[in-house]
Unconditional design. Structure first.
Length: 221
């Protein structure tokens, strides 16, 4: 998801006014990737929360994002490990601004390796794009538990009002976040914990690292 953490931004448009979350909350662009490792099926959808000016909240419009897969969908088997690789691009513009307004662009590149026997799901890859506004990504299990994949902080010194004009033009592929971690799973495929390097986390402790982060990097003094 790409969301505006501010109460207002872009000279008078309402923001999402929040921090990082895995909850059912508003965002300027949402993307969902449905992925079944058993059926090896994958699809992606995208949508937006309504936009409006803070001065006229009754005049709302909702963007229709564009979303597609980029590159090949790959599947490799190595013993008990089954690896999947795929990439996507989602783009959404403010529907209350003139046609041709630059999109929020988010590119994702994923490698997911499942070992059902060991109860392990390894997730690695990166997100790139405009890196404005803030970005968050998480994965959900069959029971509805969510685990953060990564978050993107707005660059230090980027202005909330000028940001849409300085950061969104062109399909930028600025680094947003990269990730490499493993989720432990039970026999039903539900998440039980997270491992990264030699550290083990509960799902709550892992997610707290991300919800505690500021949505914009601080300027170094």
């Amino acid at each position: 998801r790409g969301f505006a953490p501010f109460s207002s931004f872009g000279f008078g448009f309402h923001g999402d006014d929040r921090g990082y979350s895995t909850g059912n909350v508003s965002a300027r662009v949402h993307q969902k990737i449905n992925f079944d490792t058993d059926k090896t099926q994958i699809k992606t959808t995208a949508w937006s929360s309504p936009s409006f000016r803070t001065s006229n909240p009754h005049n709302q419009a909702t963007a229709t994002p564009e979303v597609n897969f980029e590159g090949d969908f790959t599947i490799k088997q190595n013993g008990d490990n089954k690896s999947f690789g795929f990439g996507t691009h989602v783009a959404a513009a403010n529907p209350l601004t003139p046609p041709g307004t630059p999109n929020i662009d988010i590119f994702s590149n994923f490698s997911i390796t499942e070992n059902k026997k060991a109860g392990m799901l390894n997730i690695s890859g990166k997100l790139t794009g405009d890196n404005f506004p803030s970005t968050e990504a998480f994965i959900s299990d069959p029971s509805g538990q969510n685990v953060f994949i990564g978050v993107g902080q707005i660059g230090a010194g980027v202005d909330k009002d000028w940001g849409p004009f300085t950061q969104l033009p062109f399909e930028n592929q600025r680094p947003i976040t990269d990730f490499n971690f493993s989720i432990t799973t039970d026999k039903k495929g539900n998440f039980t914990g997270v491992k990264q390097g030699d550290k083990t986390f509960s799902i709550g402790d892992w997610n707290k690292q991300f919800t505690d982060k500021p949505t914009q990097k601080e300027e170094k003094k």
